[in-house]
Design a binder for this molecule. Structure first.
Ligand SMILES: [Zn+2]
Length: 288
């Protein structure tokens, strides 16, 4: 905080400086608790893809970011998180990590959890030979863990485009790696203004009431939305839960009885409509 902002903040507690609110330290969103997650035997979670997810209390959210790191937007996301003392989980792509090793180290140094999201982000692994998919996952893990040196890479994995297979899930489980889908997403693979994205995401969060949120730190519109997003979460009384790798068996909750996999519906549709742009899955689910 620069000196003028600081003076304004202590004078007003919560005041406006320019067009953005300035807050004192104790009004930051913060991180409420840490979820220590054991992955022995593996698991698959996240209601968009699987019939179970982490047990969270009302208004608790877990923030996750995919596809980074990328210098401009990832740095901006990290700054927004640091400004609000929020800890998140980053599912990195191996080749992006190799291109930006200092950013990987910065993410770890700032206390965030790092998991992996393949090496080359094939869309999707359902279209690959099993050995090719395994190699891509494995090389992603090796590339990122080499860069992290003394910091531990979490045994957390998220499939590109949620394209899992039973065989890969079994293999990951045998390696004690947890598979993370998500409960809520921002549809930030679709180009929209930060304001439009904020209102869409908040609508989804209010509707779900709790859960794991998927964002993309490679998207500038997401980076631009982050400061207002975190302020809005604070205003509406949401609490941030930070996932870390640990030994405690994860506490799950089951989906409602009428549950079905939203990502499977789209992935199955994509296989019969090959004209879908592969970089924008789930496009027609954007504004519900
Ligand atoms: Zn991705």
């Amino acid at each position: 905080m620069d000196r003028r902002k600081f003076v304004t903040a202590i004078a007003g507690g919560m005041a406006y400086y320019g067009s953005r609110p300035v807050f004192t330290q104790n009004s930051r969103l913060g991180t409420t608790r840490t979820l220590n997650i054991g992955t022995a035997g593996g698991f698959q979670l996240g209601f968009k893809s699987y019939p179970k997810s982490f047990h969270l209390n009302a208004k608790e959210l877990i923030l996750t970011f995919d596809d980074g790191p990328k210098p401009g937007p990832t740095n901006a996301v990290l700054k927004a998180l640091r400004d609000e003392q929020v800890l998140a989980t980053f599912f990195l792509i191996g080749q992006n990590a190799v291109a930006n090793p200092d950013l990987v180290k910065r993410i770890a140094a700032e206390g965030h959890t790092i998991g992996t999201h393949s090496n080359t982000h094939p869309m999707t692994m359902r279209d690959l030979r099993e050995t090719t998919a395994k190699t891509d996952i494995e090389v992603g893990i090796q590339n990122i863990s080499k860069i992290m040196e003394n910091t531990t890479l979490a045994p957390f994995f998220r499939y590109p485009g949620f394209g899992d297979t039973p065989a890969l899930n079994t293999w990951l489980g045998s390696r004690n790696i947890g598979v993370f889908g998500t409960d809520i997403w921002a549809s930030d693979w679709i180009t929209m203004t930060p304001d439009a994205q904020l209102s869409l995401l908040m609508k989804r969060i209010r509707s779900a009431g709790r859960g794991m949120v998927l964002l993309h730190d490679i998207r500038q519109q997401t980076a631009d939305m982050m400061p207002d997003f975190l302020r809005q979460l604070k205003t509406e009384g949401y609490k941030i839960v930070h996932m870390v790798a640990g030994n405690s068996p994860a506490q799950f909750q089951d989906a409602p009885p009428n549950w079905s996999s939203e990502t499977d519906r789209f992935l199955n549709k994509r296989s019969t409509h090959k004209t879908w742009p592969i970089s924008t899955p789930f496009e027609d689910s954007s504004y519900d």
